[in-house]
Design a protein around this ligand. Structure first.
Ligand SMILES: NC(=O)c1ccc[n+]([C@@H]2O[C@H](COP(=O)([O-])OP(=O)(O)OC[C@H]3O[C@@H](n4cnc5c(N)ncnc54)[C@H](O)[C@@H]3O)[C@@H](O)[C@H]2O)c1
Length: 322
């Protein structure tokens, strides 16, 4: 049994990770300010004797230090994601101050830190698939969307610099589009979440840009499996890993696939929203990971097909919006 501090525990990925850690016999100290997470996500863990929850802000260093003092391993997931809708300051503040506090704690206690980064750190790099050694290519600072990628890239540099300076192990997970039950029922949860809502309700599906931009979607049990391998495998120490699915799909095709799997009646109406609607905005045209490193070093392999994952997610989402 390892004592683990999980920040962002009440969020989408965090709550599934907590379920898995408890099931594997670890003690979990869950930490979340509930700004985007929900206690309901943790309902499976709440009564477990090895689980405790603390509503607290990761930006507050004293709180992080006192709540995390006993932790032998810290999984840092607390973050703000999408600056497109005007949360750029929160994104930059939480994503940078948060990791400073987590790393300062680990520098004192020697705990291993596994931190969530993002596929967005590859930015507009046109060379696919992205390997962990690929370049980061961002647009100008006048485009707020890059602030998320920049904050996560700074997190990565900070984690590696602290490891070098203080000697505790860090592992960085570059997560690619995770989806599944408990994802947010808004754009915060990703396009699949919004598309499922619209399709179930028979409303127009909002496509940003021409819909030919591509992404890959990884079912949350596979994302969590990747994180568990990074948590439990010493080979992962000091390393960065892409964790995601290698199946590339355009956003428009994703809408058609969800429509087909949901077996809803009637035609689907696509409503194209130009990027200009979001002010000065740039999108990533294609995004697909190489997961060779995680395959070789961690024996990681996503198992849930997109069809099956979407089927389960649609089923869950139907229950949520009824
Ligand atoms: N979901 C994805 O597809 C994806 C892709 C790439 C990277 N990531 C990263 O994975 C991590 C988890 O993402 P998620 O999808 O579960 O997001 P989420 O928003 O569901 O979870 C994040 C959690 O952090 C909490 N939080 C935010 N600010 C906080 C603060 N100041 N103090 C304490 N808690 C705070 C929120 O309440 C929320 O519960 C994030 O770091 C995110 O950047 C996710």
């Amino acid at each position: 049994m390892t004592v683990m501090l999980v920040t962002g525990a009440a969020g989408f990925i965090g709550s599934h990770l907590c379920d898995a850690l408890i099931e594997r016999g670890h003690r979990v100290i869950a930490f979340d300010n509930l700004s985007m997470g929900r206690m309901e996500n943790l309902s499976q863990c709440l009564d477990h004797p090895s689980f405790s929850f603390h509503q607290a802000d990761v930006v507050d260093s004293d709180t992080v230090n006192s709540i995390g003092a006993e932790a032998e391993l810290i999984v840092h997931l607390a973050a703000y994601k999408i600056p497109r809708y005007g949360k750029a300051i929160d994104t930059l503040r939480i994503n940078t101050h948060g990791i400073f506090n987590v790393l300062d704690l680990a520098a004192k206690t020697g705990a291993k830190v596994v931190a969530a980064s993002t596929s967005d750190v590859y930015g507009k790099n046109p060379d696919l698939p992205f390997s962990e050694e690929s370049d980061s290519l961002f647009g100008p600072s006048t485009v707020p969307r890059w602030s998320y990628a920049v904050s996560k890239l700074l997190d990565e540099h900070l984690a590696l610099a602290y490891q070098e300076a203080y000697g505790f192990p860090v592992t960085l997970a570059r997560l690619f589009g995770s989806y599944g039950p408990r994802h947010h029922l808004s754009w915060w949860g990703g396009p699949q979440s919004v598309f499922i809502n619209a399709i179930i309700k028979g409303e127009p599906v909002e496509i940003h840009g021409d819909g030919l931009q591509t992404r890959s979607f990884c079912y949350v049990s596979d994302t969590v499996d990747g994180l568990l391998r990074m948590i439990e495998n010493h080979n992962a120490n000091g390393e960065i890993f892409n964790i995601g699915s290698v199946q590339e799909i355009s956003i428009r095709d994703l809408a058609f696939l969800i429509k087909k799997i949901s077996k809803t009646r009637g035609d689907m109406k696509l409503q194209y929203v130009p990027y200009e609607t979001f002010g000065k905005y740039e999108d990533v045209r294609r995004r697909i990971p190489s997961i060779e490193k995680a395959r070789q070093m961690l024996d990681f392999e996503p198992r849930v097909t997109l069809d099956e994952g979407l089927r389960q997610t649609i089923e869950w989402q139907r229950e949520q919006i009824q």
